[in-house]
Write a protein that binds this ligand. Structure first.
Ligand SMILES: CC(C)(COP(=O)(O)OP(=O)(O)OC[C@H]1O[C@@H](n2cnc3c(N)ncnc32)[C@H](O)[C@@H]1OP(=O)(O)O)[C@@H](O)C(=O)NCCC(=O)NCCS
Length: 147
């Protein structure tokens, strides 16, 4: 992070970190889908510790669940402080939903995600639960046409 990214308080703008999160999550979703994926929802975004100019950030995005055209992605952001000698600090977490789109911007069907490890299976189950909660009440809605 450079000082150009900081706010009046001398810490990095949340929006700068949010863009990194969105970029990393889009890459993970697009890689799985094989087509571009657009952000449809930010389900959770938590800033756990301030980020400062000079910090080296690492942004890791992971696909938790793939639906018909949408994907739940979790992101963890860590910081190595300026002198790079201290502990790696977790500074933000986020959960986002992306939708794979075709060339016309319409939802595009994606491959299923097959969770392998026990941890992957747990994350998949939790993402399914989140998905059930957000679609509660719209379960009877007919599905849209997808390319
Ligand atoms: C994303 C977009 C293509 C979805 O179109 P839509 O007609 O609303 O999509 P549908 O209702 O057919 O739903 C498609 C999928 O998105 C999911 N979805 C739609 N709205 C959602 C929301 N608010 N939160 C979570 N998932 C959502 C649906 O559950 C569905 O998932 P499934 O196919 O896995 O079952 C459209 O809303 C859009 O273009 N949004 C703008 C995206 C954008 O510009 N993002 C910022 C820049 S990348």
């Amino acid at each position: 992070m450079s000082e150009h990214d900081t706010n009046l308080y001398g810490t990095v703008h949340g929006g700068v970190v949010m863009k990194l999160i969105d970029d990393a999550a889009a890459a993970a979703a697009g890689r799985h889908a094989g087509v571009p994926a657009v952000t449809v929802s930010v389900e959770e975004m938590t800033f756990l510790a301030p980020v400062r100019a000079g910090d080296l950030l690492t942004v890791r995005a992971r696909l938790d669940h793939a639906g018909r055209t949408s994907m739940d992605v979790s992101v963890v952001v860590t910081a190595e402080r300026w002198n790079l000698t201290g502990p790696v600090t977790r500074v933000a977490t986020a959960q986002l939903v992306f939708v794979a789109v075709d060339a016309d911007g319409h939802p595009h069907r994606i491959p299923a995600l097959v969770p392998e490890s026990a941890a992957d299976q747990r994350r998949e189950r939790r993402a399914r639960e989140r998905r059930s909660r957000r679609t509660a009440g719209s379960a009877d809605r007919p599905g849209p046409a997808v390319s």
